[in-house]
Each structure stands twice: as structure tokens, then as C-alpha cells.
Ligand binder design. Structure first.
Ligand SMILES: [Ca+2]
Length: 304
């Protein structure tokens, strides 16, 4: 059966960070590539969103991937450039295009950036909620003390997609649509290393581009004491293509406020929202927490 999928992404492959030294995450590139290569997936559209990088960069990279690697057959739309503002909801090209697509047929949405575009859609077109088969996102954790540790030097990563737009997530839960979370807990079990980048370079231009652009990103992780990097977003695409390769359990999710774990020795009274998933109270979600034993080889083969 062919699955009809909409991609909402903050692609940032090869981009330099604007706020500090270094490069942006490459993981969206792996997720989009994997969906493009999958035989059971029909990509209906790509909407760009801010997140890892600016909306301008994410939009340009979405256009590049559609044009150079899908013959321009996948339409691309520019979405939100910042978190939604409840007091002044503004729609955008991407939200309107997604709404038009959902009016025609039911879709799975792979939302691998902040969920802003989906949140705006559900506020403006609540009647389209039943048309969303599943939204697959990269966010969440079981406990507020489950830190996202990168490398061996005590560096904590944010729950970036959720942190950038807490309200967008809450809107999805309150709309009672089916939500699947692929959190740090699962992606932290999947590693891409230098040998994998070498294997990826199989002569296919998109593979060459992605492998080359991943090198400085890999270097950043190695400098922090890691042996590779976690391609977070690819767990979302893999779940859509072959859910049997992931271990999933039904849990409930809720937003809670706790001290911000991004600040070491937090005595500064700095708090933030957490997206917690357990068997307690909350909105029902699917929680992906592990991969099958031969997952790494399956992942690499799916990208070649
Ligand atoms: Ca992303």
C-alpha cells in the first residue's frame, strides 16, 4: 500500500548557525532522502518551517531537494518563520497548501521541525483534523530528568522542536489527532559515523551532497566526545516507511514546567516547558523508544 505523506521540515543541511559558531543539523536531509527513496511513499508536498535555521534557508533547501532529487515533482511551500502567536494567528502559503491537500485526501504528516505550521492549520481549519491520519514528530521524553546528553562533556541538547513552539504541540493534542513521537530516547540509539558517510557516497548526487555536508556536523559531535552523530529526524521517516523496525508503546503526554536542564548547575530560577510521556494523565500518543537489532543496516540500505 502506498502511503500519502506530507513533509513539514526545517531542513538546514550545510548551513552555518546564525547565533554561534558551527554548522546546523543535517538530520532533516536524511529523513527527506529516505522518504524520497522509499517505494511505499508518495510525497504530496513539502512545507518549510523555521527551526534549525531560518525559514529562508529551510525553504531554499526544500526547493533544492525537490528540484534536484525529485525532478521538481514535489511542490514546495514556505511556512512559518517563527512560533505561532495565539493572540494573532497568521496563516501562510504552506498552511494553505496543506489545507487544500487535506481537503482532497487523508495524509500522514511528517513534522520534523517545530510543529508551527500544523498548529496554525488546526486553529484555522479545525474541521480538517479527521483528515490527518497521523502526525509523526521528533520530541518528548519520559521524565524531566531524562537529559539529552551529547558526547562526554556534559553538554545537554534541547528538545528543540518542542522548545521552539510549545503551543503548536498543545494544539495538536487538544485537536485529538493521532500523534506519534520519535524522541531522543530512540534516536540516541542510532549512530552515523565516518564509515557510514563513506558508504552513503554511492555516486547518487543527493547521497554525495548529504554525505559531504554531514562531515562538519560529524566533526562537531566528535569534538564533544561522541563517536558519531544521531540522525534524529530519520526515526520519524523510518517509522512512516516501516513501523515494524521500531519499538513503540502507547503512552500519555502532557506539558509540565520544570527547571531548564540546558543550564548547568541551574540555580538561576530558569524554567521551561517539558513534553513528558508516561502512563500518567495526558493525551494519548504513540511513543517510539527503541529500534530492532539489525536497524543500522536497514537504515543505511534504505538511504542508498
Ligand atoms: Ca528537523
Amino acid at each position: 500500500m502506498i502511503k500519502q505523506v506530507w513533509i513539514d521540515t526545517d531542513l538546514s543541511v550545510g548551513m552555518k548557525r546564525h547565533a554561534r559558531e558551527g554548522y546546523c543539523d543535517v538530520d532533516d536531509g536524511y529523513a527527506v532522502l529516505q522518504l524520497m527513496k522509499a517505494h511505499n511513499i508518495n510525497i504530496k508536498g513539502i512545507s518549510a518551517v523555521f527551526g534549525n535555521t531560518s525559514i529562508e534557508n529551510a525553504y531554499a533547501l526544500s526547493q533544492k531537494m525537490s528540484k534536484e532529487f525529485a525532478g521538481g515533482k514535489i511542490p514546495v511551500y514556505k511556512g512559518a518563520g517563527e512560533a505561532l502567536v495565539l493572540a494573532n494567528i497568521e496563516t501562510n502559503e504552506a498552511v494553505e497548501a496543506l489545507a487544500a491537500a487535506l481537503k482532497k485526501e487523508k495524509l500522514i504528516i511528517m513534522a520534523i521541525g517545530p510543529a508551527t505550521n500544523v498548529g496554525i492549520l488546526l486553529l484555522k481549519y479545525p474541521e480538517l483534523a479527521p483528515q490527518i491520519e497521523d502526525v509523526v514528530l521528533v520530541a518528548g521524553r519520559r521524565k524531566a530528568t531524562d537529559y539529552f546528553e551529547i558526547g562526554t562533556q556534559g553538554n545537554h541538547a534541547p528538545d528543540l522542536n518542542f522548545d521552539l513552539d510549545n503551543n503548536a504541540f498543545r494544539i495538536m493534542f487538544e485537536a485529538k489527532i493521532k500523534v506519534t513521537l520519535c524522541p531522543f530516547e530512540i534516536s540516541n540509539k542510532v549512530w552515523l559515523k565516518d564509515a557510514d558517510l563513506k558508504r552513503l557516497k554511492n555516486g547518487d548526487p543527493v547521497n554525495e551532497w548529504l554525505a559531504e555536508a554531514s562531515k562538519p556536523w560529524l566533526e562537531q559531535w566528535i569534538k564533544q566526545g561522541a563517536e558519531g552523530f544521531n540522525p534524529f529526524d530519520v526515526l520519524a521517516s523510518h517509522y512512516i516507511i516501516a513501523p515494524e523496525d521500531l519499538k513503540v508503546e502507547p503512552l500519555n503526554t502532557r506539558l509540565e514546567i520544570h527547571q531548564n536542564d540546558m543550564i548547568p548547575e541551574n540555580d538561576k530560577m530558569v524554567f521551561k516547558q517539558y513534553l513528558l510521556c508516561d502512563k500518567g494523565a495526558g493525551y494519548p500518543i504513540n511513543y517510539c523508544y527503541d529500534v530492532v537489532a539489525d536497524y543500522h543496516e536497514k537504515l543505511i540500505k534504505s538511504l542508498l
